[in-house]
Design a protein. Structure first.
Length: 117
């Protein structure tokens, strides 16, 4: 099982980034997918979630209207489009796959996002 995040980097405030998480080794389409982030000195927090079929999404209040989660089950990939980035969005972003009925839960290694002028 692998979850490989990419797309992080350094961006100026107000800029955009698109994170990707490529999954392999499990039946991607049967897993709910989530993006979490962890800022220095803070606990990991849920940023966005999308149901296995892609029809239902949820966002943290802090990113609503700025971030968009999506998935392509044909490509086994989940995305996080991040617009109007703020310095407080600086964190390591982690991809998570969770299958509610089995309890299986997988994590990626994280990708760092730094928002700074």
């Amino acid at each position: 099982v692998q979850l490989v995040e990419s797309g992080g980097g350094l961006v100026q405030p107000g800029g955009s980034l698109r994170l990707s998480c490529a999954a392999s080794g499990f039946t991607f389409s049967s897993y709910d997918m989530r993006w979490y982030r962890q800022a220095p000195g803070k606990e990991r927090e849920l940023v966005a979630a999308i149901a296995s079929a892609g029809g239902s999404t949820n966002y943290a209040d802090s990113v609503k209207g700025r971030f968009t989660i999506s998935r392509d089950n044909a490509k086994n990939t989940v995305y996080l489009q991040m617009d109007s980035l703020k310095p407080e969005d600086t964190a390591v972003y982690y991809c998570n796959a969770r299958q509610a009925y089995s309890g299986y839960d997988y994590w990626g290694q994280g990708t760092r996002v730094t928002v700074s002028a």
